[in-house]
Write a protein that binds this ligand. Structure first.
Ligand SMILES: [Zn+2]
Ligand SMILES: [Zn+2]
Length: 377
């Protein structure tokens, strides 16, 4: 594909002060400086809870001004200096449709993590999305996808399958990948019981689809009426619990009876994923797990969670965290989504309406909220 004529400037949403709306600014088109980098025309960028955290300046605040957005997708329109129109960069060519997960931008390739990438589904030695020297990635510490054109590292990408659109892919780049990798990490088999706290949110509703279509006995828990409604509408076959109506003990008891367990210690989930950042949700999730089960924390409230040592010791609960997923996980996830029809429930907004999107997010809009660049206002 021949190089298209690129504009000299572009529009970008800029966070200039914490806790203020994003500002739409005209900026020069970013230049490719690193030989691993590509310029893409952004086609869709999805909003993540981490964007809200960054905009509030509470956890890992970036230097301001900052351009957020770490789950996006677009088309390659520029190659690194020295490359001709028909060359490739790490296998990517002009015109390729690519999915961008923010992590893995400019990894060092040499540290312990890069040489021996962490599970699950690790990438080959020499690349890890957890390289400590790559920082928090695009949209977190480096400029992300809330702009018309973006610089991305060719090593952090995946080609978008023909079956998926840019707006379908964007929400999978953090929310989807996080849930897919979190479940993969637990090495579960069909029939295992899993729970998803916050099952109607951006991550949760994708987790419900992944888990149930992997053959896991899935229980989703939420409290917000719109979130519960979305979780039920997905018709995944998962049991959906309204935590404001039933205690974890009651749910666990019922689950145990269904499975034929008699002792309270036998009852409950094998694994629970904690997506909300409230202590209440955390405790409910811990209570739902069987003795010896696993609690996987995905959220990161600035004040942390209080953990009962009694649960860790006497109930032998295993507690761990999880973060995003590898490039291999990204490709496996695409295959899974194609095969099993997993899609994010999303609301699309024109590029000019990012602040309206954010307002809707804070008002509890369920599913994923996505900027669609070519959508007209
Ligand atoms: Zn490294
Ligand atoms: Zn995210």
């Amino acid at each position: 594909m021949a190089k298209t004529q690129l504009p000299a400037t572009m529009k970008a949403w800029v966070l200039e002060e914490f806790n203020t709306p994003y500002q739409l600014r005209d900026l020069p088109l970013p230049a490719i400086e690193d030989l691993n980098d590509l310029l893409i025309r952004v086609e869709a960028c999805s909003y993540c809870h981490t964007d809200a955290v960054i905009a509030a300046g509470t956890v890992t605040p970036p230097t301001l001004p900052h351009i957020g957005g770490h789950e996006f997708a677009g088309t390659v329109v520029g190659l690194p200096p020295g490359k001709e129109n028909d060359d490739d960069c790490h296998g990517y060519r002009l015109g390729d449709r690519v999915a961008v997960s923010g992590r893995g931008y400019h990894v060092c390739g040499r540290c312990r993590e890069c040489q021996d990438p962490s599970p699950p589904l690790p990438d080959p030695p020499g690349f890890s999305v957890f390289c400590p020297l790559s920082g928090a990635g695009l949209g977190c510490h480096n400029p992300g996808g809330f702009r018309e054109y973006a610089i991305v590292d060719a090593r952090q990408l995946a080609l978008i399958p023909d079956e998926l659109t840019a707006t379908e892919v964007a929400p999978l780049m953090c929310a989807g990948l996080t849930m897919f990798a979190a479940i993969a990490k637990c090495e579960l088999s069909p029939g295992h019981r899993v729970g998803i706290m916050g099952c109607g949110g951006g991550l949760g509703h994708l987790g419900l689809q992944f888990a149930s279509r992997m053959g896991l006995k899935t229980t989703g828990v939420d409290v917000a009426p719109r979130a519960l409604q979305l979780a039920r509408e997905l018709e995944t076959g998962a049991t959906i619990i309204d935590a404001s109506k039933e205690t974890a003990k009651e749910v666990k008891q019922r689950m145990g009876e269904e499975d034929g367990w008699k002792l309270p210690s036998e009852m409950g989930l094998d694994v629970v994923f904690i997506l909300p950042d409230t202590q209440k949700a955390f405790e409910y999730g811990v209570e739902l797990v069987r003795d010896g089960g696993r609690v996987v924390v995905v959220s990161f409230p600035s004040d942390g969670f209080h953990v009962s040592a009694i649960d860790l010791v006497f109930r032998r609960i295993k507690l761990e965290g999880t973060l995003i997923g590898s490039n291999r996980a990204m490709r496996d996830m695409f295959d899974f989504c194609k095969k099993h029809g997993v899609r994010a429930r999303k609301s699309e907004y024109p590029f000019g309406k990012l602040n309206e999107l954010v307002q809707d997010y804070h008002a509890g809009a369920p599913g994923k909220l996505v900027l669609k660049m070519d959508m007209h206002e």
